[in-house]
Design a protein around this ligand. Sequence first.
Ligand code: GTP
Ligand code: MG
Length: 315
Amino acid sequence: MRIDEQTEKLINGDFYAAAKLITSLENNNHPDEIIKEIYPYRKDSYLLGITGAPGVGKSTITDKLINILREKGKKVGVLAVDPTSPFSGGAILGDRIRLQGHATDKGTFIRSMSTRGHLGGLAPATNNAITVLSVLGCDYIIVETVGVGQSEVEIVKYADIVLLVLTPSSGDSIQIMKAGIMEIGDVFVVNKCDRQGYGKILAELKMLQQLSEKKVNHSPAIIQTIAKENKGIDTLYNAIEDHKKFLADNGKLIHKQKMRIENEIISIIHEKLLSQTKGKLHSDNELLKIVDLVYNKETDPYSIANEIVSRNFRG
Ligand SMILES: Nc1nc2c(ncn2[C@@H]2O[C@H](COP(=O)(O)OP(=O)(O)OP(=O)(O)O)[C@@H](O)[C@H]2O)c(=O)[nH]1
Ligand SMILES: [Mg+2]
C-alpha cells in the first residue's frame, strides 16, 4: 500500500499534517481517497462529546480536563464544532474556545469547525476529522458542540460518552424539563455552582435520575463543578473513567463504536445521493423546468421527487 507523505507524517503524530488533512476533508477535497488511505491506522481513541447551551462552560471544562489528561500522559484531540459560526479553521480559536494554554503543547491538538462552507455537510466533516485525530494517535478525542438534540450536533449522540453541561439558570431548568434528557447525557455536569440556584437544578436532575433508573441500567452521574476555579474537575474525570470501564466491561463500547460506523456510512450515503441528485438537476436546468411543471399544476412535489429518485437509482 502506498502511503502518501502527508499520511505518513500523520501516523507519526505530525500536527501540521493533521491540520492540512482536516482542511482538505472540510473542503471535500478527495475525502474518499484520504479516508481510505488513513483508516487502517486508527488508534483506540475514546470519543467524548461535550454539549450544552451557549456559554455554559463547555470549553472551560474541556480546558481543565485536558490538564488532567495531559498529567496522565494522554494525547488529546479537541474539535470545537459550532453549527452557527460562519468561521472555520483556526480563526476563532482564540475567541470562542478557551484553550489557549494548550496551543503550544505537543500533546494537545485543537481545531474548530463550523457548518457553513462544508460542501459535504457537517456530519461527514466531523466524522472525518475524528478519523484524522484517531490516526494522529489521540487517546481522547473531545468534541464540543453547542446545543442539545439538534440534528447538526448529531455526532454527539454517537460518542462513547456524552457530557451534558447545564448551569443554574432558568433556561437550563426548562431544558431539563424536556422529555428524554436523561437519554442524551451519560454524565450531567452542573457548572457555575458558584452561582445561586444550583441546588434547584441538582434536585431536578436527581429526580429525573431516579425516574430513569428503572429504564436504564446505568443511570447518568451528576457532577457539580466550578470550572473557572478548577473545582469538581477531578470528580468529573473519575466519572468519565467509571463510565469508560462500565462500557468496556459490558461490551457496550464495541456496540457504540459499531453504531458510530453505521451512522458514518449512512451519512456518507446521504450526502452522496443528495449531491448527485442535486448535481444532475442543476446541470441541465432540470430543476427550473420541474418547478414550472409543479407551478402550473401539471404535477406535484411528491410525484416529481419520487420520479427523480427512482430514475437516479436506475441510473
Ligand atoms: N461564574 C462562573 N463562570 C464560569 C464558570 N465556568 C466558566 N465560566 C465562564 O463562562 C463563560 C463561558 O465559558 P465557556 O467555557 O467559553 O463556555 P462554552 O460553553 O464553551 O461557550 P460557547 O462555546 O460559546 O457555547 C466564560 O466567561 C467563562 O469564564 C464557572 O464555573 N463559574
Ligand atoms: Mg466553547
